[in-house]
Design a protein around this ligand. Structure first.
Ligand code: 5GP
Length: 211
């Protein structure tokens, strides 16, 4: 029985390790599709267009908004970020669990548009670990790190609006936990209505024959 995939929204403070956890998840499990976002920010060293993001101009981004090509979009630390709609729809239809790695404004907009979406927030074991991880990445200036820590403090106020939290102590363990959480969504009664209806119909038929 093939069911439509679940729409999974994963958020977490910058530097919490979402990328590493997702890499581990995709390496160890099948059936996932990762939605590549569009952004107007500059690529970081090592980031590849079409893999990490679609790096586009502000003009092109505004065209995508106007053309209703985005499922959601938000402004984050001075740049636009958004989720292209067509890929997400296609992959859900094909039965993949689609993961959007997006920030809180976008996540809450998705929940309004797609109430059955699952919102998961990844937390660090402590605030101190977050600062250490951001500094250790070595790809941003002190000023940007400070901006991101401030943004983390603001975002922390919204975490209770998510459905689940997962704590990233160890990336591989966190990936296993994430997988269990997502797979469990497939067992929801509301995700299996056509199967439930079939069983109900078949049982009625069989009871009739037994009369
Ligand atoms: P970064 O610049 O560190 O790659 O991403 C900054 C923030 O933007 C992260 O919290 C990331 O999850 C979020 N983000 C990435 N893509 C999207 C998107 O398509 N929509 C929204 N709303 N946020 C996004």
């Amino acid at each position: 029985m093939k069911t439509r995939g679940s729409l999974i929204v994963l958020s977490g403070f910058a530097g919490v390790g979402k990328g590493t956890v997702l890499k581990s998840l995709f390496e160890t499990h099948e059936g996932y599709a990762y939605s590549v976002s569009a952004t107007t920010r500059e690529p970081r060293p090592g980031e590849v267009d079409g893999v990490h993001y679609f790096f586009i101009s502000k003009e092109r981004f505004e065209q995508m908004i106007a053309g209703d090509e985005l499922l959601e979009h938000a402004c984050y630390v001075g740049n636009y970020y958004g989720t292209p709609k067509a890929y997400v729809d296609r992959k859900l239809e094909e039965g993949f669990d689609v993961i959007l790695e997006i920030e809180i404004q976008g996540a809450l907009n998705i929940k309004k548009k797609v109430p059955e979406a699952i919102l998961i927030y990844m937390l660090p074991p402590s605030a101190k670990t977050l600062k250490e991880r951001l500094t250790g990445r070595g790809t941003e200036t002190e000023e940007v790190i400070l901006k991101r820590m401030k943004r983390a403090a603001e975002e922390a106020a919204g975490v209770e609006q998510y459905d689940y939290i997962i704590v990233n102590e160890d990336a591989d363990e966190c990936a296993q936990e994430l997988n269990c959480l997502i797979r469990a969504q497939r067992l929801r009664a509301s995700s299996n209505m056509s199967f439930i209806r079939k069983i109900q119909r078949d049982l009625k038929e069989l009871t009739k024959e037994g009369d």
